[in-house]
Design a protein around this ligand. Sequence first.
Ligand code: ATP
Length: 422
Amino acid sequence: MAENILMQKIISLCKRRGFVFPGSEIYGGLANTWDFGPLGVELVNNIKQLWWKRFVKDREDVVGISSAILMNPKVWQASGHLKGFSDPLVECKKCHSRLRADHLKENFNGKCPQCGSDNFTEERQFNLMFKTFIGPVEDETATVYLRPETAQGMFVNFKNIQDTTRLKLPFGIAQIGKAFRNEITPGNFIFRVLEFEQMEIEYFIEEGDWQKCFDQWQSEMEKWLLDIGIKKENFVVREHQKEELSHYSKRTIDFEYKYPFGQKELYGLAYRGNYDLTAHQQDLDGYVPHVIEPTFGVERTILALLCDAYSEDGDRVFLKLKPSLAPYKVAVFPLLANKPELVAKAREVFEMLKTDFTCAWDPRGNIGKRYYSQDEIGTSFCLTIDFDTLQDAAVTVRDRDTAKQERIKITDLKTALKEKLA
Ligand code: ATP
C-alpha cells in the first residue's frame, strides 16, 4: 500500500471510530493539537498502565513521581534549556514559511514545501519552550515556562526522594506526564505535536557502571517494544553522532520506527553524565551520581502501534492490537436485536463478563457488520448469542485475527477468555 495512503487510512479510522480527533475542530482546529477520543484514551491508558507496572511497580529499584508542569525558571537556567533548548529556524524569503533548517535539508531537499523557492534567511536559534506568566503582570519577573521535558522534575526532587526512600545506587525515578514544545515544523498526525506525554526514567548510577547500565536499558527498551507488539523489522537503533548530541548528553541512541512517512525517532536513550545533578547542586553524601535516561513518547508509541497493527484482508480492516492494549477485549451481541429472548441472554453474558474484561455491547445492524466494526477497533473476540444458545448454553466465539469461530459453554467462558487473552 502506498505509504501516504496508509497514513490517510489510519487518520481517517482514528477520526471515524473515536481514537483521535483534530483539536478544537468546531473552531477550525488548532494546528498540531489532537484530542484522544473514547477509544484513543483507552489505548493511551493501557500503554501507560503497562509501562508503569513494568518499570515502576514490578521493580524494587525504581520509584515514581508526578511533578508540576510549571517550575521555577531557575530550573531551566540551571539545566541549560534557556540557553540551549533550541532548533535552527529559517524563513522562506518568498512566502515567509518558517521551517527547521535540518528538516529543510532532510525532508524537502532545500526547497520550500509551500512555494518551491530555495531562497531562505540565515539560520537563527529558536527556543522551543512555551512561555507564560504568573499573575496579572506580563513582565520578565513573572515569566514561567511550560516544561519541555519531564526529566527536570526528577532531578530537582532527587534529595526529597533520597530522604524519603533511602534507595541506594543504582536506582531510578520514573514519571509520566505532559511536556510542551513550540515546534517549528510540527506535523505528521500525532508524531510531532505541541503538547505530548513522556514516560521517562532517570536511572542514577555510579560513573563506572554507565556502559553496563546503558546496555541493560537498551535491551529493556527493545523488550518493551516487542512485548507491546511492535514488529522487530519495523524499528532500528541509531547512534547519535557527536555533533547531534544534546547539550547534556555523552551518548545517545534513538529507537527509530519505520513510520509510513519515513524512519523517525520513537524513543531515546541517553547517558546524561552527572550534568543535571551537578547543575542543581544535588548529591549523595558528597558524590554526584551519573544518570541514564530512557525516554518513551506516548503519542509516538500510539502511532507506531496503529501503523504496526493496521491490517487489511479484502475489504475487512482489522487492528491487530495485543489484547492487553485493545480498547475492548470482548464484544457481546445477540444475533438479532429484535428477539427479546436473545437480547436478554446476551445481556446476561455481558453482565457476567464486564467486570473481568473490558467489554463492548453492540446489538445494532447485521452480524457481519458488527464483526467488521469490532475488527476495525481491535476488539480481540466477538461473542454471539444465537437461538442455539438458548438450547445448549454455549456461545459463538470469533477470533479477530483469523475470523475463526468456535462454540464455548457459557460456564467455561471466563476461563477460556482469560487463557486466550493472556
Ligand atoms: P525530535 O528529534 O523528533 O525532535 P527529540 O530528540 O527532540 O525529538 P527528545 O528530546 O529525545 O526528542 O524527547 C523524548 C521523547 O519525547 C521522544 O523520543 C519522543 O518520543 C517524544 N517527543 C519529543 N518531541 C515530541 C513532539 N513534538 N511530539 C510528540 N512526541 C515528542
